[in-house]
Ligand binder design. Structure first.
Ligand code: SAJ
Length: 444
């Protein structure tokens, strides 16, 4: 098929689409294209997920406004269906790949899922189709991995047998559909013409800027935007550590610093988790791993943010010591296991790291999280006879916690607050021995 034919089919929503990977990126994407009238085939490797989707039942955790209704509507209309098989991909004009791109212990990208999807697709790809990678990938991956793997598995040549682009997702758990519709997107094409056709496609579902660029720029923008955020948070965390030592309060310092023009200091906290921020800086750094480029800010920021759960452990240790208790044998109550507030997503959560470290020091850990089914329950009951309570995630659910009763049920009356969530006044009024990340003892 000529690229002009493809362009017309996309313009008139006659192009058949496929979305490979039906997770929190791919499923909303498939739903939105189906909702506006495209015929969409979803492909995934998990049979339970495929089964639920074909019943119009969303497998996505947490609250995602609108998603369930659109899924049910498009499945019942037949404009969206899911499959475990690649066989039906032979009639697809546009294939969007939304598979995971994790980094390993070596902080290098592991592209097994992406490579596997490309090999399976290549064997059946329709000549003249457009392949778009939505997954977050390191700069250079389109040129040095996606292109050669797809050419090898299909026997076709780029820009002759198939066209290729990279349009990085900008989703956020809890706002999947809203972000998809309203956030600006960079649209990277291996040729200018390809980028223009991709803009035509996304215009059907995105009501924001769609900026056509080359693929390296698209790969850079996505990894840089999240690396920028990681560095910003690391800066706030380092200031918190300084404040604790010099008699300061980082929460007050941040507020006053941000009254100075052009400052936007972020929040210090008990750590940085989630599926995006902890890994994207390493994807960016990996793009120069073979060169002599001297990176220092990016790895240093990652190390500071990864240290914060350990700092929480140190605060707990210091608090227990003042009550002549050791970590070994202490019972610690953890409030919040998700990676951030108002979500049940636990990937790379700072609490996972803290719980591991506490267990390693022979503490007994009781975990509560209102959004994580296995950790739901009565906070005050679960906290009973614990030596210390630790606030790791600022779920609004904890806002009205009765701190006086918490004091009564705790054995040593210690509350360690990783997000300055409860505040010194409230905690002291409840008679709690209150320790806050970023505030020196005796301040506030
Ligand atoms: N965090 C802090 N201090 C802050 C902000 C966040 O410690 O000031 C922590 C959070 O507790 C969490 C982690 O960092 O553990 C990540 O939080 P996040 O607010 O960055 O939320 P994410 O991980 O969902 O980031 C997403 C990203 N969006 C995409 O990748 C499409 C990110 O680029 C956005 O900036 C962010 O949402 C956002 O703005 O909400």
């Amino acid at each position: 098929m000529m690229i002009s034919d493809l362009s017309n089919k996309i313009q008139h929503k006659k192009a058949n689409l496929a979305v490979i990977g039906l997770g929190y990126v791919g499923l909303p994407l498939a739903c939105e294209f189906a909702r506006v009238g495209f015929n969409v085939l979803g492909i995934d490797i998990l049979d339970e997920r495929v089964r639920r989707i074909n019943k119009g039942d969303s497998p996505i955790k947490g609250i995602e406004p609108g998603l369930e209704d659109i899924l049910a509507e498009t499945v019942s209309k037949g404009t969206l269906r899911a499959s475990l098989e690649y066989t039906d991909i032979t009639d697809r004009d546009v294939i969007l790949i939304c598979v995971e791109t994790p980094v390993g212990e070596d902080n290098m990208p592991h592209y097994d899922a992406l490579r596997s999807a490309l090999v399976s697709l290549g064997k059946l790809i329709k000549e003249g189709s457009l392949v778009i990678i939505e997954s977050t990938i390191a700069p250079g991956t389109m040129q040095h991995l996606v292109k050669p793997v797809l050419e090898e598995s299909s026997g076709l040549k780029l820009n002759e047998g198939f066209f290729l682009g990279n349009c990085p997702e900008r989703v956020m758990p809890g706002k999947l559909l809203m972000n998809l519709r309203l956030l600006n997107r960079v649209v990277g094409g291996m040729t200018t013409e390809t980028a223009e056709i991709m803009v035509k496609l996304y215009k059907h579902i995105v009501r924001a800027d769609l900026d056509p660029v080359d693929c390296v720029t698209a790969e850079l923008v996505k990894t840089v935007e999240n690396t920028y955020r990681d560095v910003q948070i690391a800066f706030a965390n380092e200031i918190a550590l300084i404040c604790e030592q010099v008699g300061g309060d980082v929460w007050k310092v941040r507020e006053l610093v941000n009254k100075s023009p052009g400052r936007q200091m972020l929040y210090a906290g008990s750590g940085v988790g989630g599926p995006c921020i902890p890994k994207d800086p390493w994807l960016l750094a990996s793009s120069v791993s073979g060169s002599q480029t001297p990176l220092s800010i990016i790895p240093a920021a990652r190390n500071i943010n990864d240290y914060m759960p350990t700092h929480m452990l140190n605060l707990i240790h210091a608090a227990l010591a003042e009550h002549n208790r050791e970590l070994a044998g202490a019972k610690i109550f953890i409030m919040g296991y998700a990676y951030m507030e108002e979500t049940g997503e636990t990937r790379n959560s700072p609490s996972q790291s803290l719980v591991y470290q506490l267990s390693d020091r022979q503490s007994q850990v009781i975990i509560h999280d209102p959004y994580v089914p296995q950790y739901q329950g009565s906070v005050l009951e679960m906290a009973r006879d614990c030596d210390a309570a630790v606030l790791m995630v600022k779920h609004q659910f904890y806002q009205n916690l009765d701190l006086k009763t918490l004091r009564q049920v705790l054995r040593s009356g210690i509350l360690v607050d990783g997000r300055s969530f409860f505040g010194v006044e409230r905690a002291n009024a409840a008679g709690l021995d209150y320790w806050v990340l970023g505030i020196a003892r005796g301040v506030g």
